[in-house]
Write a protein that binds this ligand. Structure first.
Ligand code: ADP
Ligand code: ADP
Ligand code: MG
Length: 621
C-alpha cells in the first residue's frame, strides 16, 4: 500500500479521498489556493501546501507547482480527484516521469477517450454500440449540415473536446442548424480551445445510464453495475441513482458487458465510467442503449455505487495504484437496495439558478444521510470554483423508500444566507413522476413549474412562524389559541412579516421546522426553503381582524397588566387596548379595526380565564 498521497483537488472530493487514505494509514497532503486556506480539506490533511491564488489556472491547474509540492513533501502518489487535471494525460505523464504514482487512468487510456470523436471510433472498432451520427472528419459547415440532414432531426451538435455539459446544441430543424453550429463552435473554442464538433442523432425519451468499471494492473476488469443520471438540468446531473429503474437482468448484463469491453479496448486501469444514452420510449432495451463517452476518472456520483455494492471506490483506486489486484471478482459483487444522490448547489432557483456565494452562517443536514461536503457551517462559498456545497446520499431497501429519504434529506437541509437548490431537490424527489420512475433527461425542464420555488411561503410555514412568535398558551400552543370563543369558528389570525412581506395568517397546522436566530432576526427552515422573518412586538398580534365582531377576549388564562383605553375612546386598527400577562410573557391586545370602545370589562390586575370578554369595540358608524 502507498505510504503518502498528495491530493491535487479541493472541496468535497479532496475530503472524501483524505477520509479513505487516513483509514488505510496513508499520510495525506493537501494543495490549495490562498482563498481555500481555511477549508476543511486543508485542515484535515496531514500537511498542506499553498500553490497559488484563487483562479484555478493559478493554482489547481498549475502542474509545475503541484509536482513541486509533491516532491517537497515527499509524497509517493498523486490523486487528481475529478475535474481539474484528472483527465489531463500530460499531467499524468509528468507525474509518472517524476517517479510518482498516478492514482488515475493510464495516460494512453485518457488520450484514447479524451476526444469524443476518437473515443467513438475506438468503440466502434471494439464492437460497442455507439450513438448513431457523424464523427466529423470533414468539418465544413456544408458537410456537417448535409450529415445532420441525413441523420434526421432532432440532432445534437457536440464539441469533440466537450465536458461538463458544455459545448452542446440540440437542433430541431434543418434551417436552424447553421446558427447552432456557429454558436456551438464559439463555445467550444473558448471553453476547450478546440472548435471541432461531431453530430449525433438526438435520442428521444433519453435516459442517461452509465456503468462503473474498474481495471487493475493484472489484466482484470470488472463492472460495479449501473447508475441512472437522467435527472439533469442543462445536461448537468442533479440527482443520480443506482441501480437504474426498470433495468432487467438481461439488459443489465448486456450493457455492463459492453462497458467492460469498452474498458478493455483501451487497456483501462483504475476507476472509470462508461456513459450510455438510452432510448427509453419502450423501457430499457439492450438494442436501444448506445455508448456516449467515457469518463476516465472517479465520478462525482460514485457514492451511489458504493452504497449499493458496499465497496469503497477510493480504496479500490488506492489498492489498484499500489499494484494490488481488484479487491473483488465480478461474481463477488452484487446490488443491495437502492441509493440516490442529490447535488446541493449554492444557486438561486428564483433567479434562474445563478450561483449564490457568501458565508454559510448555517449549514445543517438531517441525520441518517451520508453527506459528502467540502464546507462546514461557518465556512464560505466563494465565486471561484464549482458551486456544489454537498452531496446528499441515501440508501434504502427499495426505490420508493430511497426517494422518500432523499426528499426528507433535502427538505431537512438548512442553509443560510447562501441560496440553494435544497427545496428544488426536495420537490423533485417527491414529485409523483419521479417516485413512479417516469424519468428521462427532460424531466426537470418538463416539470419546472412544479419544481420551481413558491414565491410566497405556504400557510403552514406562516403558521410555524406565528407559532414561534406567540407565547405558548398550554401544552400544545395551538389548542390554546384556536377556538377561543365558544361555538365560534376559530378565527385567530396574526400578521407576520416573512421574507419582507406582511401576511395575514389564518392559523393552520404547522409544518416541521427549525428556527434559528440569524442575521439579527429569525430564519425559519422548512422543506429546504429558508424564510427570514421578523418577530413583531407582541402588540402587533391582531386577533379577529377584519372578520372580528369586535369582542376582544383573553386568548389564554392570564392577568391584566394594564388597560390603555376608556369607554367611548376612538381607536384605530392595531392600537393597543390592554396588556395581558400569561405564561410569564406580556401580550398586547390591539384593536382589530377602527372604531370606538363600546365596553370595558377588563380590570387592572385582575386574573382572567381563557375566552373571557375584555373589551368590546364597535365600528365607526
Ligand atoms: P460527472 O459526470 O461526474 O458529473 P462532469 O463531466 O459533469 O462529470 O464533471 C465532473 C466535474 O468536473 C465537475 O465538477 C465539473 O465542474 C468538472 N469539469 C468537467 N469538465 C470540466 C472542464 N472542461 N473544465 C473544468 N472542469 C470540468
Ligand atoms: P459531457 O462530456 O458534457 O458530459 P455527454 O456526451 O456525456 O457530454 O452528454 C451530456 C448529456 O447530454 C447526457 O447525459 C445526455 O443527457 C445528453 N445527451 C448527450 N448525447 C445525447 C444524445 N445523442 N441524445 C440525447 N441526449 C444526449
Ligand atoms: Mg458526460
Amino acid at each position: 500500500m502507498l505510504s503518502s498521497l498528495l491530493i491535487a483537488n479541493r472541496g468535497e472530493i479532496a475530503r472524501r479521498i483524505i477520509r479513505t487514505a487516513r483509514a488505510l494509514g496513508i499520510r495525506t497532503i493537501a494543495v490549495h489556493s490562498d482563498v481555500d486556506a481555511a477549508m476543511p480539506f486543508v485542515r484535515e490533511a496531514d500537511e498542506a501546501v499553498c500553490i497559488g491564488t484563487a483562479l484555478a489556472r493559478d493554482s489547481y491547474l498549475r502542474q509545475d507547482r503541484i509536482l513541486e509540492a509533491a516532491i517537497a513533501t515527499g509524497a509517493e502518489a498523486i490523486h487528481p480527484g475529478y475535474g481539474f487535471l484528472s483527465e489531463n494525460a500530460e499531467f499524468a505523464e509528468a507525474v509518472q516521469a517524476a517517479g510518482l504514482v498516478w492514482v488515475g487512468a493510464p495516460p494512453a487510456s485518457i488520450r484514447a477517450m479524451g476526444l469524443k470523436d476518437a473515443a467513438k471510433e475506438r468503440m466502434i472498432a471494439a464492437g460497442v454500440p455507439v450513438t448513431p451520427g457523424y464523427l466529423g472528419a470533414d468539418q465544413s459547415p456544408a458537410r456537417l449540415q448535409s450529415e445532420a440532414d441525413a441523420i434526421g432531426y432532432p440532432v445534437l451538435i457536440k464539441a469533440v473536446a466537450g465536458g461538463g455539459g458544455k459545448g452542446m446544441r440540440k437542433v430541431d430543424e434543418a434551417h436552424a442548424f447553421a446558427e447552432s453550429l456557429e454558436s456551438c463552435r464559439r463555445e467550444a473554442a473558448s471553453s476547450f480551445g478546440d472548435d471541432r464538433v461531431l453530430i449525433e442523432k438526438y435520442i428521444l425519451s433519453p435516459r442517461h445510464i452509465e456503468v462503473q468499471i474498474f481495471g487493475d494492473t493484472h489484466g482484470n476488469a470488472v463492472h460495479l453495475f449501473e447508475r441512472d443520471c437522467s435527472l439533469q438540468r442543462r445536461h448537468q446531473k442533479v440527482i443520480e441513482e443506482a441501480p437504474a429503474p426498470g433495468m432487467d437482468v438481461a439488459t443489465r448484463e448486456a450493457i455492463c458487458a459492453a462497458a467492460v469491453k469498452a474498458a478493455k479496448a483501451v487497456d483501462y486501469i483504475g476507476a472509470g465510467t462508461i456513459e450510455f444514452i438510452a432510448d427509453a420510449s419502450e423501457g430499457l432495451r439492450a438494442d436501444r442503449i448506445w455508448f456516449m463517452e467515457m469518463n476516465t476518472r472517479l465520478q462525482v456520483e460514485h457514492p451511489v455505487t458504493e452504497a449499493i455494492t458496499g465497496q469503497d471506490l477510493v480504496e479500490w483506486q488506492l489498492r489498484v495504484a499500489s499494484g494490488e489486484p481488484l479487491p473483488k471478482r465480478q461474481d463477488e459483487l452484487s446490488i443491495t437496495g437502492w441509493a440516490m444522490e442529490a447535488r446541493l448547489y449554492a444557486e438561486n432557483p428564483v433567479s434562474g439558478f445563478l450561483p449564490s456565494t457568501g458565508p454559510l452562517e448555517r449549514l445543517r443536514f438531517p441525520p441518517g444521510v451520508r453527506i459528502d461536503s467540502g464546507v462546514d457551517e461557518g465556512g464560505e462559498v466563494t465565486p471561484f470554483y464549482d458551486p456544489m456545497i454537498a452531496k446528499l446520499i441515501v440508501h434504502a431497501p427499495t426505490r420508493a423508500a430511497a426517494a422518500g429519504k432523499l426528499g426528507d434529506a433535502a427538505g431537512g437541509t438548512e442553509v443560510w444566507p447562501v441560496k440553494t437548490n435544497a427545496a428544488f431537490l426536495a420537490r423533485a424527489a417527491r414529485h409523483p413522476d419521479f417516485v413512479a420512475a417516469r424519468i428521462d433527461t427532460g424531466f426537470i425542464e418538463r416539470h419546472i413549474d412544479a419544481l420551481a420555488p413558491p414565491p410566497e411561503p405556504s400557510a403552514s410555514v406562516l403558521t410555524s412562524a406565528v407559532g414561534a412568535i406567540l407565547p405558548p398558551a398550554s401544552h400544545d400552543p395551538w389548542t390554546g389559541l384556536t377556538g377561543f370563543r365558544a361555538n365560534a369558528a376559530p378565527d385567530l389570525r396574526a400578521e407576520v412579516t416573512v421574507g419582507g412581506q406582511v401576511h395575514l395568517v389564518t392559523l393552520a397546522t404547522p409544518v416541521p421546522t427549525s428556527i434559528a436566530a440569524l442575521d439579527g432576526g429569525s430564519v425559519l427552515f422548512a422543506d429546504g426553503e429558508a424564510w427570514p422573518f421578523s418577530r413583531p412586538r407582541a402588540d402587533d398580534i391582531v386577533r379577529g381582524d377584519a372578520l372580528s365582531d369586535g369582542m376582544i377576549v383573553a386568548p389564554m388564562p392570564g392577568r391584566i397588566i394594564s388597560v390603555a383605553v376608556s369607554p367611548g375612546d376612538p381607536v384605530t386598527k392595531g392600537q393597543r387596548l390592554l396588556v395581558l400577562e400569561a405564561m410569564k410573557m406580556e401580550q398586547g391586545l390591539v384593536a382589530p379595526f377602527d372604531g370606538i370602545v363600546a365596553e370595558i370589562r377588563a380590570v387592572d390586575s385582575a386574573q382572567v380565564s381563557e375566552g373571557a370578554l375584555l373589551v368590546r369595540i364597535e365600528k365607526d358608524a
